[in-house]
Structures are given as C-alpha cells and as structure tokens.
Design a protein around this ligand. Structure first.
Ligand SMILES: [Zn+2]
Length: 435
C-alpha cells in the first residue's frame, strides 16, 4: 500500500521535502526553492496533474496547478503552502534538521511544522483523491510558493502581481498557520483556525540634530532625541482592542475553560493558555518593539543623525490609530520610513467553508471545537487577499497535549507527530468533500 495510501504517503512526502535544502536567509540569499518545486511537480504529475513552475528570479521557484472540480459553476478554492524554510544551527538539534528522521513518533527537521508538513498533507490528499478518481466539488488551485519566510517578494506577492491568472475564480483559501489542536484539560481540544492576521510596520526612525564635540553643551543631540522616542514607543501601553476574531476566540476559549469571559480583563483568559499565551497575548493590542539601534561613530563626537528600527504590528481595523499614535510618540524631531509594511487581514468565521473545516475536524476528533484566532505574524495570505480571496490558516493536526507546538515555529528540534500528519490528511480529505 505504501505510496498509494495517502496516510503513508504523507509521511514520506514530508521527510523528502525536509531533506531538500530550501533555506531562505532573506534578501534573495540561499539555494532557492527550485529543487523542492521540481519534487512537488513530479509528485503531482504522478497522478496526472500538470503543474507549472514559475520562477521570479534564478531558482526562486513556485509551483502552481489547477484541479478541475465536478461542479464547474462554483468558485475555486486555493490551497497554498510555502516551500522555503528559515535557517538553522544544526549543532543545537537532537536530530539533524535536514535528516527527516523519525524518532519518538515524530518526523524531525526544519519545516516539519513550518510548513513542509502542510505541503506534504496537501500533496498526499490530492494524490490519494486523484488515484481513487475522486475530484473535489469545486476547482482547486494549488500554490506551493517561494520566499514566504522573507515576506514573499519572490513568491506569493510576485505570483499575485505577475500571474493573477493562476488564481482566476478563487474566492477562498486555506494555508498556514492554524488547524492545530490545543488541549484544555483531559479530552477537550480546541482547534485554532486562523481567520485574521495583524498588519506589519517595520520602521526605520531617524533623529536629526546638531553635530558637535562631545565635551560641549548640545540641546539638539540626535542620539538623545532618538533614544527618547524609541523608549516612548517601547514602553507605550497600547490599549486593548478586541477585534471580532479576538473576541470570538476569547469567548469560545473561556467557555471551554469554564470560566467567565470578562471583556474588561481579557488577559485573565489568555493567562490560562499556557505556552500559547505568548502567541495570543500579542493580538489583544497593537505593539511597537524597538529592535535595532545604530548611531554615532566615536565616543566624543555627537553625530548629526541617529537611526533605529522598530517592529510595529497593528490589528485589523486599527492601522490608522496605530500610525497616529506612533507619530505622536515620535514627536516633531524624529521621522519614520518603512523597511517593510503590509496589511492586516480579517474574515468572518462563518459560511459553508468554515462549517466544512469544523465538521471535518469533528468527524475525526469527536468533541473537537473549531475556534477562530488572530495570528500576530504574517503569511502569504496577505498577498492572496489582495486578489479578493478570503483565507484561513487550516493545516489540521491533532497534537499531543504536552507538545509546545507554537514554540517550534522557527525553533530548535522542530518536529511533527506521524499520527498528526495522518490525521491531517484524513481531515483535509473530508474537508475537500464538503468545501
Ligand atoms: Zn510558514
């Protein structure tokens, strides 16, 4: 049965993908995704799916394909996953990050969680269905993208701009980061489905003053100006803003925890989420974290300018408020420019597609509760949403209660349980039937 059964297939596909080096060091550095893209194209062609490899730059390859549904009157559904992974330091790992080794019931390696697992699940479910002659009801567009880990300039953004025809008719999408279980108590599992993402504002700040000798009086010191502005941003207590998705998440989670949800004290619910609190706590409000300072060149010289960087993130619907507040905190003598700026996205947690996700989970894990949540980071979804596609993070995995899953994104000893991968294929298969 190996190779024909989607559940065995997914494990081998995941291991193979992990063994292919598609490390993305940013700024177009690294081996590129070409080898991974060719692998995916070959696995699709084995079941008769003709794909296209599209290169935005040398070896920066994405794979796209379309599978015709049985109901041509319906809009298309996009399944997307990125092929690149972040770099690693192999010495820190228990098993080599490119080994794809199976140990302790898990597939180990860079990308096991983010997100060669989902790439393998998409491939496995498509291969299984087509081998059994089961076409999905609606057209399914597949996109395995380059460069997500560096913002998607050579991947999803480029595809959406230069090859919009690929996504013709697509109205909805699933991709990362979501669909994984969080255990609350004995046998209660929430499945977090991403329905919103914060926006991104990485800013370079510049203070201009009067250059001069470090021994003299200087009331226009650029370093002082910058340091004060950075400190104001870093220490600012952004007010809690409960967006529809965050509110729904907190209400559902409180109900599952059997605690009262108090909108005035959302932190009380978040505090009960264990390691997940790191991820969820950041979506109650906008954030501004100073990350880099680079100013001056000699201890006794006051430089004319000083620059620093701040990582800002804003909630869907609060971009205007965010920048108005930032400008107020910066004051008149510090200017800002973008190093990177991208939109926030949010979609309602309702409709047939949401039901299809919830029911597929419930069928494979009775008592499973699908809950929408907001991702504090960004994904390729931002680029696809510009084409009018509403998207969800839905890479379904039923996880052991003690696995710190959210801590493994870009972390050391990234690994995914074999049983979780198998579960994911079964859920996606059911989901496609009813999508
Ligand atoms: Zn990812």
């Amino acid at each position: 049965m190996t190779g024909f059964d989607g559940e065995d297939d997914v494990v081998e596909l995941c291991r193979d993908l992990i063994r292919i080096d598609s490390t993305n060091a940013g700024d177009n550095a690294g081996p590129g995704e070409r080898v991974a893209a060719e692998y995916v194209a070959e696995k699709l062609s084995e079941v008769g799916v003709e794909s296209r490899i599209l290169e935005s730059d040398t070896r920066r390859a994405s794979v796209v394909a379309r599978i015709e549904g049985t109901d041509p009157g319906r809009d298309a559904l996009l399944l997307h996953g990125h092929l690149d992974v972040v770099p690693f330091n192999a010495d820190d790992w228990t098993h080599h990050p490119m080994s794809g080794e199976i140990a302790d019931g898990c597939v180990w390696g860079r990308g096991a969680v983010d997100m060669k697992d989902m790439d393998a699940m998409i491939l496995a479910v498509v291969r299984r269905r087509l081998r059994e002659g089961r076409r999905p009801p609606r057209d399914v567009v597949l996109a395995f993208t380059a460069d997500e880990e560096a913002g998607g300039r050579y991947g999803a953004q480029w595809l959406a701009q230069e090859h919009a025809e690929v996504f013709e008719g697509c109205t909805e999408a699933i991709g990362e980061v979501g669909g994984f279980s969080v255990s609350l108590g004995q046998d209660k599992r929430l499945y977090l489905i991403e329905a919103a993402e914060k926006g991104i504002a990485w800013m370079r700040l510049t203070a201009r003053g009067r250059a001069g000798h470090g021994s003299m009086l200087n009331a226009e010191n650029a370093v002082t100006e910058l340091a004060e502005a950075m400190a104001r941003l870093g220490r600012y207590e952004w007010p809690v803003r409960l967006t529809p998705t965050v509110r729904a998440f907190l209400e559902e989670t409180s109900a599952a925890l059997e605690i009262e949800f108090d909108p005035e004290r959302p932190e009380a619910t978040v505090a009960k989420l264990g390691p997940l609190a790191r991820m969820i706590g950041a979506v109650l409000r906008n954030t501004t974290n100073p990350t880099m300072l680079e100013s001056g060149y000699k201890a006794n010289v006051i430089p004319q300018t000083a620059t620093g960087h701040v990582d800002g993130r804003f909630l869907p619907g609060y971009e205007e408020e965010f920048f108005a507040t930032v400008d107020e905190l910066l004051g008149p003598n510090v200017t800002r420019e973008f190093v990177y700026h991208d939109i926030a996205v949010e979609t309602g947690f309702d409709g047939p597609l949401v039901r299809a996700m919830a029911e597929a989970l419930e069928a494979e894990d009775p008592g499973a509760r699908a809950v929408p949540y907001t991702l504090s980071g960004g994904t390729d979804l931002k680029a696809f949403s510009r084409l009018g596609i509403r998207g969800f993070g839905f890479a379904p995995l039923k996880l052991p209660a003690d696995l710190d899953f959210s801590g493994m994104f870009h972390g050391v000893d990234e690994r995914v349980p074999v049983d979780s991968l198998r579960f994911g294929v079964r859920v996606l298969d059911r989901f496609l039937d009813h999508s």
